[in-house]
Every structure is written in C-alpha cells, then in structure tokens.
Design a protein around this ligand. Structure first.
Ligand SMILES: *[C@@H]1O[C@H](CO)[C@@H](O)[C@H](O)[C@H]1NC(C)=O
Ligand SMILES: *[C@@H]1O[C@H](CO)[C@@H](O)[C@H](O)[C@H]1NC(C)=O
Ligand SMILES: *[C@@H]1O[C@H](CO)[C@@H](O)[C@H](O)[C@H]1NC(C)=O
Ligand SMILES: *[C@@H]1O[C@H](CO)[C@@H](O)[C@H](O)[C@H]1NC(C)=O
Ligand SMILES: *[C@@H]1O[C@H](CO)[C@@H](O)[C@H](O)[C@H]1NC(C)=O
Ligand SMILES: *[C@@H]1O[C@H](CO)[C@@H](O)[C@H](O)[C@H]1NC(C)=O
Ligand SMILES: *[C@@H]1O[C@H](CO)[C@@H](O)[C@H](O)[C@H]1NC(C)=O
Ligand SMILES: *[C@@H]1O[C@H](CO)[C@@H](O)[C@H](O)[C@H]1NC(C)=O
Ligand SMILES: *[C@@H]1O[C@H](CO)[C@@H](O)[C@H](O)[C@H]1NC(C)=O
Ligand SMILES: *[C@@H]1O[C@H](CO)[C@@H](O)[C@H](O)[C@H]1NC(C)=O
Ligand SMILES: *[C@@H]1O[C@H](CO)[C@@H](O)[C@H](O)[C@H]1NC(C)=O
Ligand SMILES: *[C@@H]1O[C@H](CO)[C@@H](O)[C@H](O)[C@H]1NC(C)=O
Length: 779
C-alpha cells in the first residue's frame, strides 16, 4: 500500500503546466485526430459512456466494471505481464524474451511470436497485455531491464514494437506499451526501501484489479521521488519517442506511463507528455495507465492525461469535488471513460467470444504447438560471433566436455520467486527467462545438458561435464592420473578439458527489474573459459545474457574457436542452442547493441543524481561509437553464418520532391504521410557458400549535414533465406519518417533537402554497397 505524502501536493498545485483542464488538448471528441479504423470503436464507447452516471464512470476509470442505466454492463479489464508469455500461470508457454526475438531481425518471427503470446492471453481470459515492452531503449548498457526490450536502435526497436502491437491486436488482445518514457535505468526509479517499487502495471492505490492484488505485496512503502530524465526535444523525438509512433500506428490500446519523471514532472502527471505528445502528436486513442507509484496526485494526473488510476486517489468524493468546482471538466471525465473502452471495442472483445478469466492455476492448457515456434525462434536469435576454421557446426564429435552452471538445470526450478528487487549478476543454472516483469512461467526447461545428452546418445559421443563455474575437486585419491586418457581422471576443469575434441563453456548474465547491472563481465566465468582454453584447443563458448556481455578477457585466445551469443530463449532454450551448434539451424541472429572491448568504452553509465541529463543526445550505442571513432569488439548488426553471402546491384528510386513538413491529416500514429514510402532501394544478395542460410542485409542512411544526424543510422533490414549458390533481390521501402529529422524550431518532423547516402551491408560497419539519392523540397 502506498502512503501519499502531502509535501508534494503544494508542488503540484503551483504547477501551472499540469493544471490546464480547460484546454481541450488530447480529447477524442474534439476531432483533432482522425480516428480511421478506430472510428467504430469510438462510436460504441461514446454510446456506452453516455449511459453511465458519474459514479459508474469513476468505477470505469479506476479498474472496476461499470453498469449502464439500461442494465448493460462492462466487466473490468484484466492486465498481465508480458511479452514472454503470461506471468505466474500454469499451463502457459515461456517464450523467448523481447531482446531475443529482436535479435532474429526477422519480421515474420516477431509477428508470429506476438500472435502466439496474444493467443495464450486470449485463451486465459486476459484482455490487456503489459507489452510491447519497447523501452528502456538502452541509453546505458548497465540498464537492468534491457533484456525485456527490443534494443538500442530506434528503427529496429520501432519495427519490432509495431509488429508486436499488430500481432496482439490481430488476435483480439489489447497491447499496452511500456514504459512511457525515458525510464532508462532501475537505480532510483523510486525511493522505496527495496529499490523496486512494484511489479509494474497498475495504480499504486486500492483497486479491484486482480493484477494489483497479485502484486500488492511488492508495492513500495514510501512515496516516490524518482529521478528525472531531462532531455532536449530533438533527442526525445529522434531516439526515444520514435518506437512509440510504430506502436500507436499499429493499434495499441494502452500505454503504461513510467514511474519516473521527465523534465521534473512525473510521466503519469505530465500534460506535455500525455496530452501534447502522446494524444495529439501521436494521435493515441486509447488509455494511459500508470506503472506502480506513477500516479501521485489525484487532480494533476486526471487533468494531465492519465485515464486509469487508483480508486483511493480517484475516489468518488475527489472526482466529484473536482467536477463541482470545475478544476476538472465533464468532458475530461467522459474522455477518460471512453478511452478505457477504446481498445476493447477496437480489437473486438465485445463479440462475446472470449472465455471469462481463468484462475492462475486452472487446468486450461493454452500452449498448443508453441514449443516448436519457441525452439525455432530461439535458434534464429543466436548470434555467431566467432567461428575459426569452421569449428562450428559440430560434426558428431567423439569426445566432448561441457562446463559451467549455465549448462544445467538450477538445483530448484525452473522458475524463480517473483522479485522486483534485482537479481544476478549470474544465475546458478540455465538462464532462459528474465526476472521481475520479464519473468515468464517456464512449464519445464530444456537445458543445454539435456539437449546435448540426447544428441550424444544419438551420435555416439562420449560426454562429460563440470556443471559449476568455480569447481575444484577435493578428491585426489584412487588410481587417477592427470592428463591421461582414462575416463576416471580426477574431475577438475583442466582435467576434463584435456584430450577432448570439443569443449563447450556455458556463460550467463542476469539482471532485471529493480536493479541495474553491476558488471558487464564476470570474473568466475571468465576464469572458467580461460582454464578450459588452456587445456582444450577447440573451446566453444555459449553465452545467454540480459544485455551486453563483454568477451575481451579471452576472445583473442586461439583456443577459443567459436562463440555463440544470445539473449534468454524460453522453455526450449537447450534445443535452440544445440540446433545451432550442430548446424540443424544455420545461425542468422544479429546484435541489437554494440559489444565494446572495455566497459569504459561506453559513454553512458548509471545516473546517481536526482536529475539525469541526457547530454549525450542521440549518441548512444553505435551512433556514439561511430561518431567518436571508438572501435567496438562486435558492432551493432554483426553476426556470422555457416555460409557466405555477397552483395551487388544496388538500385535506388529517388523520391519525387517532398513538402518540408508532413502535409497529411493528423491521424492515429501521427501525420498520415509520415508513413508514405518515398524512396525504394534494392540490392542482390547471393549465397556463395555450399549450404543454405539466412542473411540479414541492413540499410543505413547518412543524412545531409543540415539535419544534424549521427554518421549513419539503420533505416531498413530484411531477413532472407537463400539456398546455396542462389541469389535473391531484397527491397527496402523508405518511409517519409525514415528520412525525416525533428525540426526543433518548428516542432515538426522535417525533410532536409540534399543528398542522402545509402549503405547496404551485413552490419553497421560491414558496409558492402553504397549509393545516394537527392531530396528536393517543395513549398
Ligand atoms: C484556463 O485556465 C487558466 C489557468 O489555469 C485560467 O487563467 C483561464 O481563465 C482558464 N480558461 C478558461 C476558459 O476556463
Ligand atoms: C448510477 O448508476 C448505477 C447503475 O445504473 C445505479 O446503480 C446507481 O444507483 C446510480 N447512482 C446514482 C447516484 O444515481
Ligand atoms: C480496498 O477497497 C475496498 C472497498 O472500498 C475495501 O473493502 C478494501 O479493504 C480495500 N483494500 C485495501 C487493501 O485497502
Ligand atoms: C524538456 O525541457 C527542455 C528544456 O526546456 C525542452 O527543450 C524539452 O522539449 C523538454 N523535453 C520534453 C520531453 O518535454
Ligand atoms: C476543488 O475540489 C477539490 C476536491 O474537493 C479540492 O481538493 C480542491 O482544493 C478544490 N479546488 C478549488 C480551486 O476549489
Ligand atoms: C502450429 O499449429 C498451427 C495451427 O494449429 C499451424 O498453422 C502451424 O503451422 C503449426 N506450427 C508448427 C511450427 O507446427
Ligand atoms: C561450485 O563450486 C564451488 C567451489 O568449488 C562451490 O563453492 C559451490 O558451492 C559450487 N556450486 C554448486 C552449485 O555446487
Ligand atoms: C591450447 O590448447 C592446447 C591443448 O590442446 C595447449 O597445449 C595450448 O597451450 C593451448 N593454448 C593456449 C594459448 O592456451
Ligand atoms: C540514487 O541511488 C544511489 C545508490 O542507491 C544513492 O546513493 C543516491 O542517494 C540516490 N540518489 C537519489 C537522488 O535518490
Ligand atoms: C542538469 O542540468 C541542469 C540544467 O542545466 C543543471 O542545473 C544540473 O546541474 C544538471 N545536473 C547534473 C547532474 O548534471
Ligand atoms: C567464406 O569465405 C571465406 C573467405 O573467402 C572463407 O575463408 C570461408 O571458408 C567461407 N566460409 C564458408 C562457410 O563458406
Ligand atoms: C516504391 O515501391 C512501391 C511499391 O513497392 C511503389 O508503390 C512506389 O511508387 C515506389 N516509390 C518510388 C519512389 O519508387
């Protein structure tokens, strides 16, 4: 339970910005935003709300059902985490995390996964998924929750966010994107004792939502004074707001505002963020609800754009008082009520087909054949970083040893206790799902050890293991001889690594909601790799990590012949990894962030002050490394294959003259013409090797200088399967927004006239083709 502090009330009343309810900004009924295919939902919502009295409207906006005067009624929406599958449920799937699905760079995989996740929610009677989780974006690699999101590049993150939102919408679930916005780190996100402050996804006060009851023990015990992210409007639009456009454009019905502040104001009480930006600039037609503790003040939140909140703050007496003395308008209350229903009607939940909500442990198995998709997507997401002399794929090795706690099941598992108090830095067992709000409900867990054992039994491989990161044997008795080829050698890391055809070392890194990372390497695990490599000339390292995991302690060691790297893969994790190790799946995952040589090479760390000034602007991740000539170990977009590809025949269809600013209607997702394809680029990719595989050609753009942009930015990618010796043409459509920048003076997206250089390549630094086009602007 949350105790509200009155010291903050005076601050809020003196804030002229927040209390401007007489403005009509962001109200659906003003018609400023063209609703397009949301129009039928709006009509239904307005009709239902017109039959509610004030008491019922207040129930609706505080997470309860509502009864209309004609006897019809609305049952409160159920909200649950998250993108990796339903949290804390029995008989559901644990999917790969958002960062893993993003590492596939495969639009079909992203969309199919969203539909599968959404279907499981639908079949458990849940209406709202707390996802897509687009941000934190990854301003700092130490951010604790990056495993839950789609990575540091706004374009890639935006495509994944949009496809996920569409997948949820298409199966009849309301997508509710989080976290809006600039909630880039866990440290000081609240001042609660735990440093946590709740599992997210609901008002901090008393509400009837089952989600809140489930999370009530996790609530913070003090009022929040979280850090403020202070950012200029250019960076805000070009880097952080970008992916929210994709989500809104693709049908999201909900937005979770963050528990932190922006420019000194709580995100959930900022009219600038919620009314001007989200509901006007982006044309968002749905409901805004707070992350835990995001709502502090009844009036400020109500008039600043929050639509769903705490029933203690938004008690009948409070809301009726505001209406009576006109600090809040009837129009705003109606708007809130309507917005609470928009997503419900838009995705068709009023068709009466959805089952009613089932209990967490009810025997309702919604998994269908999703395990196959989870296995395939996990394999597609793995990134091959190094592969000397085709060390991989493995070919029926005679003798293999495996090392590290990450190879095997945890001693008790598969699931951890829910916690928002941080976790890590490593996990004593195979890590396949996140923690806090990123924790899926593993129904079982295929570890690498299980999958490798099955493989060994089929292939006739001798398999031995040391399933611990720091193991040393106390045994020195018996007829054992170090270094001999007997099977009964004293168990130790070095002895077991000797005389093997291949040694597999498994590493992980764990972090999650509630605390940021404390390290990007791990001394024990790095020592393990080095000790194995000292004794084994064919050492293969497999890493599953929540974010950037540096490898420079051993990457140049010649005995480390291959490295396979990825995020957390869900219930089939061991199979996914082994499918790639043995070549049943040719790796095609690509990095969604930069792996630096040294931790100090990253320009942004954790902020420990109450004001976090984003002085680096747009220059995070590869934009920073490129601009400041910092050589990464592995760059954004990097990843190898078991085959080779060649690039040729770049062709560019230049745009016709464009207006400087968008000239279309303001619609859901911003000005309509931001989404127009204005230029097309094609290239031919050939598989010049001997086995089939998928390649991920990436398109980067360099803007004219007047647009003041980073050196090169991702603006297109495709994932294409190509048979050995065959070639295919890939096409990239550039949307108006892909060549736009934020014009600070005009506060609009603008197209700079001039020359745009186009690069098509295999990563942000492996640029194989280049050309250019000119943009002329017209009045
Ligand atoms: C709107 O609010 C401002 C201050 O909050 C006040 O000065 C102004 O008179 C109000 N306008 C209307 C039309 O109520
Ligand atoms: C408001 O509407 C509900 C449902 O129709 C009804 O039960 C309740 O008495 C009404 N309240 C008032 C104050 O009229
Ligand atoms: C929430 O409110 C209901 C109804 O007003 C009350 O019965 C219940 O005790 C409250 N729960 C908490 C946790 O305060
Ligand atoms: C934050 O404040 C700065 C400086 O006043 C302003 O330029 C910027 O637009 C504000 N950012 C947001 C997201 O409102
Ligand atoms: C309006 O009513 C609310 C709730 O009763 C009260 O807290 C607030 O002080 C009032 N404001 C004004 C300006 O009268
Ligand atoms: C899973 O089942 C669906 C329909 O039931 C089918 O369309 C799909 O191809 C199956 N997927 C796999 C990977 O078997
Ligand atoms: C791993 O080995 C270390 C040192 O030998 C020991 O302290 C630790 O308890 C072991 N861990 C497990 C899970 O057995
Ligand atoms: C590589 O492994 C071999 C054992 O196969 C060992 O003799 C050699 O010293 C190792 N090299 C390094 C650099 O550790
Ligand atoms: C932020 O967190 C750090 C470490 O937990 C703490 O020392 C510091 O006082 C906090 N700062 C604020 C402004 O809360
Ligand atoms: C952030 O910027 C403000 C305004 O420029 C400045 O007063 C403050 O000292 C800065 N804070 C930090 C921690 O740099
Ligand atoms: C890819 O090409 C390189 C350089 O030509 C060659 O060394 C390597 O063996 C090729 N790899 C595959 C898998 O064909
Ligand atoms: C780009 O391709 C699309 C269809 O693929 C076409 O409608 C459009 O006219 C093309 N635009 C340009 C500038 O070539």
């Amino acid at each position: 339970m949350k105790i509200h502090s009155f010291t903050f009330l005076s601050l809020c009343i003196s804030s002229a910005v927040a209390l401007r309810d007489n403005s009509s900004t962001g109200l659906l009924l003003t018609g400023d935003v063209s609703l397009g295919d949301w129009q039928p939902a709006y009509k239904k919502a307005v009709e239902f709300v017109s039959k509610l009295n004030t008491t019922e409207k207040i129930k609706l906006i505080t997470g309860s059902g509502a009864e209309a005067t004609d006897g019809s009624s609305f049952t409160a929406l159920e909200f649950t985490d998250g993108d990796m599958g339903l949290q804390d449920y029995f008989y559901v799937s644990a999917f790969s995390l958002a960062s893993a699905i993003s590492m596939t760079w495969d639009k079909d995989a992203i969309y199919e996964q969203a539909k599968a996740v959404g279907t499981e929610f639908y079949n458990k009677g849940i209406q709202v998924i707390d996802g897509p989780t687009s941000q934190p974006l990854g301003r700092t690699p130490w951010g604790g929750r990056l495993v839950e999101t789609y990575g540091t590049d706004p374009y890639l993150n935006g495509i994944a966010t949009g496809l996920t939102a569409k997948g949820y919408t298409d199966v009849g679930i309301i997508g509710a994107i989080k976290h809006f916005i600039l909630n880039e780190q866990e440290t000081n996100r609240t001042t609660s004792m735990s440093g946590g402050g709740g599992g997210g996804g609901g008002p901090g006060g008393n509400s009837s939502s089952s989600m809140l009851q489930r999370r009530s023990s996790q609530g913070s015990s003090s009022s929040g004074a979280p850090y403020s992210s202070n950012v200029d409007s250019k960076t805000f639009h070009e880097t952080y707001l970008w992916s929210f456009y994709d989500g809104v454009h693709s049908g999201l019905g909900g937005v979770m505002c963050a528990m932190t502040k922006v420019n000194g104001t709580l995100s959930c009480e900022s009219s600038s963020l919620l009314l001007d930006t989200l509901k006007t600039e982006l044309g968002f037609p749905g409901l805004v609800f707070p992350d835990t503790n995001g709502q502090e003040h009844a009036l400020a939140s109500a008039v600043s754009g929050l639509d769903y909140g705490s029933s203690s703050l938004w008690s009948s007496s409070n809301i009726e008082g505001f209406l009576a003395n006109k600090t809040m308008s009837e129009a705003r209350l109606n708007d809130m009520a309507v917005r609470n229903l928009m997503g419900y009607y838009h995705v068709g939940l009023d068709n009466g087909k959805q089952v009613s909500t089932v209990e967490d442990d009810a025997y309702v198995d919604v998994r269908a054949n999703h395990s196959k998709l989870i296995r395939a997507h996990g394999a597609k997401s793995m990134v091959l970083l190094k592969n000397t002399d085709n060390a991989l794929p493995l070919k029926k090795p005679h003798k293999m040893a495996i090392f590290g706690a990450h190879a095997r099941a945890p001693i008790a598992g598969p699931n951890m206790e829910f916690s928002v108090e941080g976790s890590g830095p490593t996990y004593d067992g195979h890590l396949a799902t996140g923690s806090g709000s990123g924790e899926g409900s593993l129904p079982y867990l295929i570890t690498p050890e299980i999958a490798l054992t099955i493989k060994a039994s089929q292939d006739g491989t001798m398999l031995r293991w040391v399933a611990n990161d720091t193991y040393s044997s106390s045994s020195s008795s018996g007829l054992v001889m170090k270094g001999s080829s007997t099977t009964s050698v004293t168990p130790s890391i070095s002895n077991y690594a000797e005389n093997m055809d291949v040694c597999l070392v498994f590493l992980n890194a764990l972090a999650g909601e509630g605390a940021d990372r404390t390290e990007l390497t791990n001394a024990d695990q790095d020592s393990l790799v080095k000790e194995v490599a000292e004794n084994c000339a064919n050492t293969v390292v497999v890493i599953n990590t929540v974010g950037a995991r540096l490898v420079d302690e051993w990457i140049e060691n010649d005995n480390v012949t291959a490295v396979l790297y990825g995020s957390l893969l869900g219930e089939e994790s061991g199979y996914s990894i082994v499918d790639v190790l043995y070549g049943d799946v040719n790796p095609s995952g690509r990095l969604i962030y930069t792996i630096a040589k040294n931790a100090s090479d990253y320009n942004v760390g954790i902020c420990y002050t109450s004001n976090c000034n984003f002085t680096e602007g747009n220059y995070i991740d590869y934009r920073y490394f490129d601009a400041y000539n910092v050589t990464p170990r592995y760059e954004f977009g990097y990843g190898l294959s078991y085959t080779n590809f060649t690039y040729s025949s770049l062709k560019i269809d230049s745009p016709s003259p464009l207006s400087l600013y968008p000239a279309g209607k303001l619609a859901v997702g911003g000005y309509e013409d931001l989404w127009d394809i204005v230029a097309n680029v094609t290239a031919v990719i050939k598989n010049s090797g001997t086995i089939s595989g998928a390649e991920v050609p990436q398109l980067y753009i360099k803007y004219p200088a007047s647009a003041k942009q980073p050196l090169r930015q991702l603006r297109g990618f495709e994932n294409v399967n190509i048979a050995a010796g065959k070639q295919t043409q890939v096409e990239f459509g550039l949307r108006r927004r892909d060549i736009s920048h934020w014009d600070v003076a005009a506060q609009k997206w603008a197209v700079a006239p001039g020359t745009y250089t186009v690069y098509v390549g295999a990563s942000s630094r492996d640029l194989r083709l280049h050309g250019s086009f000119r943009v002329e602007t017209k009045a």
